[in-house]
Design a protein around this ligand. Structure first.
Ligand code: 3PG
Length: 213
């Protein structure tokens, strides 16, 4: 299988304890930032489609940092999915789930980690074959207690809690049997990007990597 072979959401989740949620405004930051995370042991990178430069950043990482696996975050439409795949994204993360988005990611060849916050959303995703889901926004929507409650009826679903997760509380989530990894923006702080402080990003990646013993 080639390096660009299709991956699954589970593979994306299992690679490290944390998927970094990345917001980039300057394409010049993309490659050094990706290399800094990689140096700290984090290679699954979620670059959110929230800035005008996001697709160019995905493209640069896909082209110049082949050991990283770049995905697109904030994927909300078929157009987002198509653009992300064209730019070289291998997976998509979305803040919610619709059947249309599921189909669009499938058509674009992107693994999808879709956001859910209710039992009905979990049931819809599950009906459509998705059992690895992002719990978003995790802290605001019930946190650890919600995941414990879901572990009964949704015993066959695994989660990536994202939203309000930090280096301080990540271990509480990771200790749950239905949590594979967490997502969080703390690995790439805006001030570290502004200062080009790649060593700090590597350090944060290393600290995050150690979250699962
Ligand atoms: C987001 O959508 O920005 C993510 O959920 C990250 O949330 P966080 O900044 O609380 O980690």
């Amino acid at each position: 299988m080639s390096e660009r072979a299709k991956i699954s959401a589970l593979l994306v989740m299992q690679d490290a304890p944390v998927i970094p949620v990345i917001v980039l405004h300057d394409v010049a930051d993309a490659v050094p930032m990706a290399r800094a995370l990689l140096a700290g042991g984090i290679r699954m990178l979620e670059v959110t489609l929230r800035t005008t430069q996001a697709l160019a950043c995905i493209e640069a990482i896909a082209r110049e940092v082949p050991d990283a696996v770049v995905g697109a975050g904030t994927v909300r439409s078929r157009a987002d999915a198509q653009a992300a795949a064209m730019a070289g994204a291998r997976f998509a993360v979305s803040p919610g789930y619709t059947s249309a988005l599921g189909q669009a990611c499938f058509d674009a060849g992107l693994a999808l980690l879709p956001g859910v916050a209710t039992g009905s959303e979990i049931m819809l995703a599950r009906e459509e074959g998705l059992t690895e889901l992002k719990f978003f926004p995790a802290l605001q929507a019930g946190g650890v207690a919600m995941l414990k409650a879901w572990s009964g009826p949704f015993f066959d679903v695994r989660f990536c809690p994202t939203g309000g997760v930090s280096l301080q509380n990540a271990a509480d989530f990771l200790a749950l049997p239905n949590v594979v990894c967490v997502g969080g923006s703390w690995l790439v702080p805006p001030d570290a990007l502004a200062q080009g402080d790649w060593a700090r990003i590597t350090q944060l990646a290393q600290d995050s990597r150690r979250l699962r013993g």
